[in-house]
Design a protein around this ligand. Structure first.
Ligand code: SF4
Length: 349
């Protein structure tokens, strides 16, 4: 007779890592090749943003940027395969139409040479129209990453984004209706943005089911309006531990909705002066490890007899116990020791 709750101490209960599997489509494995156009097309400078420091790139005319991108793409070995060309750092869809076309013509030329597979851009939710998106798709654009930041009206207003949550939702739907891939960027911890707002944002993302999401907890960068607010004591960023917990809950929801997370936390360029905020070089790993702990805890609930060992596939061993094995005690509190094994799935026994 089987053990109740499908658990037998001699036969581990198995489960896969809950992270959505990478699709088999070639584009899912293509390297993203960023072409940065810092602040190009932006209607102003958002209070938290310093694209020149974030991209490590000074302002340059698009032709100079494209000349460098062309040289780098042509220098790649033929065996490296096509990249996904990404126009990042500004508001692509608010650039003059002639510039948008020039950038996409460049992408088309590189595609014809086998150097580029897909093309994406980043932009703001309030810089789109259905006709523009269809035109860009017909000119070769494949995916639009929207800097939504939040869907919550109060946080958007406090952060002076200039649009509300309903416009942000409509923009996401507009991208999908234009048969373009959708990426959503969120900035938890903006002024007026609380962890419960972030949970609501994640629920909205899970419903919208974008192709990817990026989570950039709000940092205070020198030279921004947010730095002035922080110095005046009018803005306090989220503490690191609270941020990791919020990101872990977010990941649990996104994993269960099948939404891949392309990035957690700002990539720190040399010269980026971060004054305050939840900054850690392993922020993504910390959040993923905590999210996995939550998932393991969920696996225990239906089991009639408590298991004593969590078996971890070798490929995931660096992701389970967190930085400096910080989560060992939390697994211990669940009655579990952690062991590595050479199976593809996790096991509880
Ligand atoms: S729209 Fe985006 S890139 Fe432009 S200033 Fe605002 S945050 Fe920065």
């Amino acid at each position: 007779m089987g053990w109740p709750g499908a658990y037998c101490p001699d036969m581990p209960t198995r489960f896969a890592h809950p992270q959505p599997p990478r699709t088999s489509a070639a584009h899912a494995r293509a390297k993203v090749f960023p072409v940065f156009l810092p602040l190009a097309g932006c209607p102003g400078r958002c209070i938290y943003c310093d694209q020149h420091a974030q991209t490590g790139q000074a302002p340059e005319p698009p032709d100079a940027v494209l000349a460098r991108a062309r040289a780098e793409l042509l220098a790649r070995p033929d065996t490296a395969g096509p990249v996904e060309l990404a126009f990042y750092g500004g508001t692509f869809t608010a650039l003059p139409e002639s510039v948008q076309h020039r950038l996409l013509d460049f992408a088309t030329q590189m595609r014809a040479l086998g150097r580029v597979g897909r093309v994406r851009c980043s932009t703001r939710p309030d810089a789109l129209t259905p006709a523009l998106l269809v035109d860009l798709r017909e000119r070769g654009l494949d995916l639009v990453e929207l800097g939504v930041q939040s869907f919550q009206d109060a946080a958007l207003a406090a952060s002076r984004r200039g649009y509300d949550g309903s416009l942000a939702r409509a923009a996401c739907r507009m991208v999908a209706q234009a048969s373009l891939g959708l990426g959503i960027q969120l900035l938890p911890g903006l002024p007026g943005h609380k962890p419960e707002d972030f949970a609501r944002d994640i629920a909205a993302v899970a419903q919208l089911k974008p192709e990817l999401v990026r989570l950039y907890p709000c940092l205070v960068l020198d030279g921004t309006q947010l730095a002035d607010l922080w110095r005046a004591g009018e803005f306090l960023p989220w503490p690191l531990a609270q941020t990791v917990d919020a990101l872990a809950e977010a990941l649990r929801s996104l994993w269960s909705a099948g939404v891949p997370t392309a990035r957690i936390g700002l990539a720190e360029q040399a010269g980026l002066a971060i004054l305050a905020g939840p900054r850690h070089p392993a922020l993504g790993q910390m959040a993923r490890a905590k999210a996995l702990l939550l998932h393991v805890r969920d696996q225990l609930a239906p089991l009639a007899r408590p298991p004593r060992v969590l078996f971890v596939p070798r490929r995931w061993q660096g992701e389970v116990l967190g930085q400096g094995n910080a989560l060992r005690a939390e697994y211990g509190a669940l009655g579990l020791t952690v062991e590595v094994w050479d199976e593809a799935e996790f096991g509880l026994a």
